[in-house]
Design a binder for this molecule. Structure first.
Ligand code: SF4
Length: 418
């Protein structure tokens, strides 16, 4: 049955009063200002439903003024336009790290070590083999491979590594590095973005993760990740990746020192790069927002930034991501940072993907993300939310669930496992 938009009904439904409505109790539905606000929100939501581009200011208005129920309703309608049906996708992969040596000094990162630190490492080929074979046994086929900005690891190192891994495991998929690491390699070797990306692609890079975006605003980046590439370079590297034919994803780490307008401008910038991709290129396959994890970070100590993102705020960001990004097909809920229940609600607010079970994850977890899923657990969570789980690969092609798949053994003392 076709549902029609009735934002007004959502606003005036007495059962929502005081829960989802952001209007003060004193603002009675019959007051002129309420009616004006209602009409403005309704117009913006209808614009979103026509898949038109909303401005950053319009995004801020919706984020500030629209009730969560109205945003969820529209987010879900848009999800149905992009990805019709009741399937929710997920992936089995392993987030391994090339090295923890880094000279970028991001203030939200507890993962890196300075060069020469006794805990610093570069992963060896023998270690990769153990990790990859373990991942194959758990049903995965992809390494999400990232690491620090090592001052001595340039293009030759990564091309050799990718060739060695693909030689040993031709079926392995490499979703590796990210714009800041590409920028670092370009700087070390004095090469262009296009040259580095084409060379890595030829060596075995299958797709480029949207890592290190944080907030694409140089005021914010100067304060939290000064050693990383600037926002323009991040976007330019994604443009070059799309020219090379690599599929990519886009991300946002929010809820620290950015303003709401900077958050919305981030979405507008991502959308602009996607609109510029060459004909036939896929560009950004997915967008993944997650809240800043603050546990023990310098950002918390020095800037007093706290993770204050509530479930409600995260769900609103998922819906706003759908609304602001009408040219990106998939929106992923970050269960790793917000937990199972919030991620399940996000599936009713515009998200169509639950991401990876992450056989290994060391970067976000180091700042306090305690949640974990087994392969059975993520599928059950999707079913419990009212959807059908579907295993996928990095290109969002459906995969058959391998017949013999081991379940991960996880540490229940230190993790919250579903
Ligand atoms: S987030 Fe990445 S670039 Fe920043 S300090 Fe950590 S490892 Fe280095």
């Amino acid at each position: 049955m076709k549902r029609t938009l009735s934002v007004e009904a959502l606003f005036t439904n007495p059962s929502l009063k005081g829960r989802n409505s952001v209007f003060p109790v004193s603002l009675h539905p019959s007051t002129p200002i309420f009616v004006l606000l209602l009409r403005m929100i309704q117009k913006l939501l209808e614009k979103a439903l026509r898949l038109e581009f909303l401005t950053a200011e319009e995004g801020v208005t919706l984020f500030r003024e629209a009730p969560t129920a109205a945003l969820m309703f529209v987010g879900d309608q848009l999800r149905q336009k992009h990805v019709p049906g009741k399937k929710v996708t997920w992936i089995i992969d392993r987030n391994s790290n090339t090295t923890n040596v880094c000279v970028a000094n991001c203030k939200f990162c507890n993962f890196y070590r300075r060069p020469g630190h006794p805990e610093s490492y570069i992963t060896t080929l023998d270690e990769y083999k153990i990790k990859i074979e373990e991942m194959f046994a758990l049903g995965g086929e992809q390494l999400l491979l990232q690491g620090g900005h090592h001052p001595e690891l340039g293009l030759d190192y990564y091309t050799q590594l990718f060739r060695d891994l693909k030689m040993e495991y031709p079926q392995l998929k490499l979703h590796a590095l990210g714009p800041p690491e590409i920028a670092h390699i370009c700087q070390l070797d004095q090469l262009s973005h296009d040259t580095v990306l084409q060379t890595l692609n030829e060596a075995g890079l299958d797709s480029l993760p949207g890592a290190g975006a944080e907030i694409l605003n140089d005021r914010v980046r100067r304060l939290i990740s000064k050693g990383k590439c600037g926002s323009q370079e991040w976007l330019d590297i994604m443009r070059a990746a799309h020219r090379t034919g690599l599929t990519t994803s886009a991300t946002m780490m929010f809820g620290h020192i950015e303003t709401l307008m900077e958050r919305m401008e981030h979405l507008v910038d991502i959308r602009r790069v996607q609109a510029e991709k060459p004909d036939g290129a896929v560009g950004f396959l997915a967008f993944i927002p997650w809240p800043f994890m603050d546990d023990g970070t310098l950002l918390k100590k020095l800037k007093r930034a706290r993770n204050q993102c509530t479930s409600d705020e995260y769900i609103r960001m998922i819906a706003l991501s759908r609304i602001m990004l009408p040219n990106i097909k998939h929106i992923q809920a970050s269960w790793l940072t917000v937990g199972k229940q919030t991620a399940q609600v996000c599936l009713h607010a515009g998200a169509d993907d639950m991401g990876s079970i992450m056989i290994e994850e060391n970067v976000v977890s180091a700042a306090g993300a305690p949640f974990r899923f087994t392969a059975n657990g993520i599928q059950q969570a999707i079913r419990d939310a009212g959807y059908t789980p579907q295993l996928r690969d990095q290109q969002y092609a459906e995969r058959q669930l391998p017949k013999q798949i081991q379940q991960q053994v996880l540490d229940r003392e230190t993790m919250i496992i579903d």
